[in-house]
Design a protein around this ligand. Structure first.
Ligand SMILES: [Zn+2]
Length: 88
């Protein structure tokens, strides 16, 4: 049986492996700014989270996101993430 290849990534919050497009990518750019990469085009160190409120909130609150990105989260980034939740 042939399996179609879908790029999989692991959510830093729940450790589940999911198709990349079902995840939210947070990127720490080389200049230290952190962005939510909705289009998958930003280069830098990335962390993935499920597009689910629970995973995003948990990833922020238990500092998994900070650990993976090796950088404290900007209040602005947290704000953007929380706003993103409402659009999901
Ligand atoms: Zn998750």
């Amino acid at each position: 049986m042939k399996v179609k290849k879908v790029p999989m990534r692991t959510c830093v919050s729940c450790n589940q492996s999911k198709p990349k497009r079902d995840l939210l990518r947070v990127v720490r750019c080389p200049d230290g700014t952190m962005v939510v990469d909705l289009k998958g085009k930003v280069s830098g160190r990335g962390a993935y989270l499920c597009r689910e409120r629970e995973c995003i909130e948990r990833g922020i609150s238990n500092r998994r996101l900070e650990r993976v990105l090796e950088h404290p989260l900007d209040p602005e980034l947290v704000q953007t993430l929380l706003e993103t939740i409402h659009t999901i």
